[in-house]
Design a binder for this molecule. Structure first.
Ligand code: SAM
Ligand code: SF4
Length: 462
């Protein structure tokens, strides 16, 4: 097929499939949680069950949300609070430690931690000493599994040698830096001026100190992004040779993020077709430089743990995105964090004042959640298989007659469009289908298919 024809086919597919849809960092996705049926006792019950099944064998995972940033990037979809006042650090650390002690009180064995991730917001908004206080406060109450993995998100504009050294001394071996894009026009539009030199400096320091896995976050689909600019960004990135890359699709959700995503106009964003070309250009350059595409929007060099996990079908996906973690228990601490017990989800309040008030009243700051039904557990596994392994086993008896007809029609349509191949009950996503992974998952998403339309909640799938 000529390049022109293949571009035309991709253009047709994008027109057909570029609809709002979830990124499937959970199933059910948050808008379809049955919050009315959720009770804290049920959540704690599900957590204790998962803890007893996983603690001694695989340990538990902790996600700690550090919401503060000094300056607002107007594209940002994360839960953050902008301030230059560093007096907020200590009260927040104390609240996190209290929240952890509330959780630890539910367990009758000492927790064994296999993973800690500091996310944000900007963890490096906090001083190295504040982070040390937080981590020592937790580490003094737990044991560590033998292959524990600690990681954090660092902002290249404010990560110091001191942060990197202190966190390394505490056991951190993985760091991801937010790069986004090096084009000065894009940086101005997203209100994030970040010279290449800053990224080079923090990457070199991390390597010098001994970090095993350095990751860079890039985003495609940002305002004013052009092919020439993305090529330059990727060449600069390859020159620093990070072990892993997240190459995120820009999620444009201004209705959720208030004024934060209104620093530019809709027409300043690349079209869906250009956005896909930006991704494919980047992917080809990364592959030429020795990276492998992992799941959706991620790349890794052959020496990185994520590369091996993808090859051994050991990749997992949760609220942090793709991970190599295998535990059933993820406890999310801090404002807006989500916890996952495999059998249930619970989300903390996004309101900082309410977070403090609940913690001060010795209450878990959980405000909503979902307990998974037996059917949810089956669907959850199927969606994880598609997102992580690009293949899934379909169970014929899984749907009633009408749902089965609709489902099989969708599968036939995907197959006719060349997005997947069915062999018996086995479905395999094709190379072309990787661009539409979220659409394929949507055909499995029973909660969404049965629920009312929630279109405005999700960014578009391409
Ligand atoms: C919490 S931030 C990283 C840490 C630090 N705050 C920084 O900006 O360097 C996590 C990553 O999410 C990604 N991100 C944020 N908003 C996004 C959006 N609207 N669409 C896609 N990716 C986004 C960015 O790549 C960002 O680096
Ligand atoms: S991209 Fe990072 S630094 Fe910028 S507002 Fe979002 S969380 Fe804060």
């Amino acid at each position: 097929m000529s390049d022109h024809n293949s571009l035309k086919t991709m253009q047709n597919l994008i027109e057909k499939y570029n609809v709002p849809g979830p990124r499937y960092t959970s199933y059910p996705t948050v808008p379809y949680w049955q919050t009315a049926d959720f009770k804290e006792e049920l959540w704690i019950g599900s957590l204790k069950k998962a803890f007893s099944q996983t603690n001694s064998e695989k340990g538990i995972s902790l996600y700690i949300h550090l919401p503060y940033c000094e300056s607002l990037c107007t594209f940002c979809g994360c839960n953050k609070r902008i301030t230059k006042n560093h007096a907020v650090e200590m009260p927040y650390i104390q609240a996190l430690l209290k929240e952890w002690s509330l959780y630890a009180g539910y367990f009758d064995e000492k927790p064994i931690v296999s993973e800690i991730h500091l996310g944000g917001g900007t963890p490096t908004f906090f001083s190295a000493e504040s982070l040390e206080k937080l981590l020592l406060g937790i580490l003094n109450t737990v044991s560590l599994s033998k292959d524990f993995e600690f990681s954090f998100e660092g902002h290249p504009n404010n990560t110091t040698f001191g942060h990197l050294q202190k966190l390394y001394d505490l056991g951190f071996r993985r760091v991801s830096f937010g790069v986004q894009d090096y084009d000065p026009i894009v940086q101005k539009a997203i209100h994030r001026i970040q010279p290449f030199e800053h990224v080079r400096k923090v990457t070199d320091w991390s390597r010098e100190i001994g970090y095993d896995s350095i990751s860079h976050d890039l985003v495609y689909g940002l305002p004013f992004q052009k092919l020439s600019g993305i090529i330059d960004t990727i060449e600069k990135t390859i020159a620093l040779k990070p072990d892993r890359l997240s190459f995120y699709s820009y999620a444009h959700v201004p209705w959720l993020k208030g004024n934060g995503q209104r620093g530019y106009r809709e027409e300043d964003l690349p079209s869906a077709v250009l956005k896909r070309e930006l991704y494919e250009t980047g992917r080809d350059l990364f592959e030429k430089a020795g990276y492998s595409e992992i799941g959706m929007d991620h790349f890794a060099l052959p020496g990185d743990k994520m590369f091996a996990a993808a090859g051994n079908q050991q990749l997992h996906r949760n609220f942090m995105g793709y991970t190599t973690s295998q535990t059933k228990v993820l406890i999310g601490l801090g404002v807006s964090s989500i916890s996952d017990s495999w059998y249930g989800f619970a989300q903390n309040t996004k309101d900082l004042d309410k977070y403090y008030a609940m913690i001060n009243a010795n209450q878990l700051p959980v405000v909503k959640g979902h307990i998974l039904s037996d059917e949810d557990l089956v669907t959850r596994k199927q969606i994880l298989d598609i997102m992580c392994n690009l293949s899934v086993q379909i169970n014929e008896d899984d749907r009633d007659f009408e749902e089965k007809n609709v489902f099989m029609e969708k599968m036939a349509d995907f197959e006719a469009d060349g997005l997947l191949k069915m062999t018996g009950n086995n479905l395999i996503v094709t190379e072309k289908g990787k661009a539409f992974l979220r659409n394929i998952c949507m055909a499995f998403d029973k909660r969404m298919l049965r629920g009312k339309s929630e279109e405005r909640l999700f960014s578009k799938t391409v």
